[in-house]
Design a protein around this ligand. Structure first.
Ligand SMILES: *Cc1c(COP(=O)(O)O)cnc(C)c1O
Length: 398
């Protein structure tokens, strides 16, 4: 595992660190793996695809036996759409647990697909709790499926997926998980969680480059998905059946991206797998949060909800602070930040994932201190409205 004593190789000088939740800063070896052309039908590439599918299944741990992995071309949202269109029968009804942009996007996808759904909308960040899920399911016997977001990347909250899974299983419904920004760094253990399918993509915690996503689903669910899809290119059953039969992707695969991803997946294993990746990201978060708090910044979420993926900070109330100026100055120092997504108060986000370690995060904090100084910001404390917003989180807990 990478320790703070053995710093990761920095990106090239002219390249800033991407403190964003994907695309993110990748290792040089991952990028270098793209300097070769592959024939998509060729045996060498089929071997690569097979290694990738097996390697991704391994990340589930010992409970993986009933599952298979189906890569899909496109960004992560394409795989979410393939999962929803594939596993939810046309006459099914879905409960979407939303507490941010990605839950809303899942609901919007179902609207496009014309599939019946209802949304448990918790607003910008309040977590959907097991008890409310149980109540919603008891109240509507027509619901067949529940969609949950593992880490809701728009606030950075790590949703309580275990209690959600328990509630869904107890009610006899099927769970579909968008684990896009968590898979590979946060355990998703089928011995502990009951889910029919989950999705993630190449450019998040496995630290590949963007270009495809993947669905990991129970083989029985993949079998049952036949004929459900609304779309030829997003038919996860057809992609699976074709891949099982031929070892090839159904349509042109992003060959170079797959080659880069397999290199990233080998690095993930060499680092120590999900536990080590999660530990590095958690240390990144801890160093970042402690450092930023020491400067006076405050996080949207209490510690118990903070994910090791991305952290939302309130913008300081000091009138000398402006986020666009802060962003530009941080970028000039080599760090690309991410704007916030809260509706009520101003915020920004800093990602903890990618080829970065605690030493990099210390430099991020030092750079933020210098920029605040240059801007003439004397206090990074948020406005009262932000604290009131956070107090709602404590109240909102069931
Ligand atoms: C990144 C992400 C997605 C997919 O976004 P794309 O831009 O389509 O890759 C979906 N859900 C979550 C939670 C994400 O973090």
């Amino acid at each position: 595992m990478a320790s703070s004593n053995a710093p990761l190789a920095p990106p090239r000088l002219e390249e800033p660190y991407l403190l964003t939740p994907g695309p993110l800063t990748t290792a040089h070896d991952t990028k270098a793996a793209m300097l070769r052309d592959w024939g998509s039908w060729d045996a060498d590439f089929r071997v690569l695809t097979a290694e990738m599918r097996a390697g991704l299944l391994d990340l589930l741990g010992p409970g993986k036996a009933d599952y298979d992995c189906v890569p899909m071309q496109g960004s992560g949202s394409f795989s979410v759409e393939a999962m929803l269109g594939g596993f939810i029968p046309r006459d099914g009804k879905t409960l979407v647990l939303a507490n941010g942009a990605y839950g809303q996007r899942a609901a919007e996808t179902l609207r496009y697909l014309g599939r019946a759904h209802t949304v448990l909308d918790k607003g910008d960040y309040l977590p959907p709790r097991g008890e409310e899920v149980a109540r919603a399911l008891a109240a509507d016997p027509h619901i067949t499926h529940v969609v949950a977001i593992h880490c809701e990347t728009s606030s950075g909250i790590l949703n309580p997926i275990e209690e959600i899974s328990d509630a869904v299983a107890a009610a006899g419904r099927a769970l579909l998980i968008d684990s896009m920004s968590a898979f590979g760094a946060v355990p998703l253990d089928p011995r502990r969680l009951q889910f029919d399918a989950m999705v993630s993509s190449a450019n998040k915690c496995i630290e590949g480059v963007p270009g495809f996503g993947f669905v990991i689903a129970k083989r029985a669910a993949l079998d049952a998905a036949r004929g459900n899809a609304h779309s030829l290119s997003l038919d996860v059953h057809a992609q699976w059946a074709h891949m099982e039969r031929t070892g090839q992707w159904r349509f042109t695969p992003p060959t170079h991206v797959v080659a880069a991803f397999v290199t990233a997946l080998r690095a993930h294993a060499a680092e120590g797998g999900v536990a080590a990746r999660g530990a590095r990201y958690a240390e990144n978060r801890d160093v970042l949060v402690a450092g930023m708090r020491a400067l006076g910044f405050e996080t949207l979420l209490d510690d118990r909800w903070l994910s090791p993926i991305i952290v939302t900070f309130f913008c300081p109330a000091d009138p000398a602070f402006s986020f666009p100026a802060f962003y530009d100055a941080m970028k000039a120092k080599g760090f690309v930040l991410y704007p916030g997504k809260l509706t009520a108060v101003e915020s920004f986000r800093i990602g903890c994932i990618g080829q970065m370690d605690a030493q990099v995060m210390r430099r991020v904090v030092a750079a933020a201190a210098e920029v605040l100084d240059d801007m003439g910001v004397t206090s990074a404390a948020p406005p009262e409205a932000a604290r009131a917003e956070r107090a709602r989180l404590a109240e909102g807990e069931v």
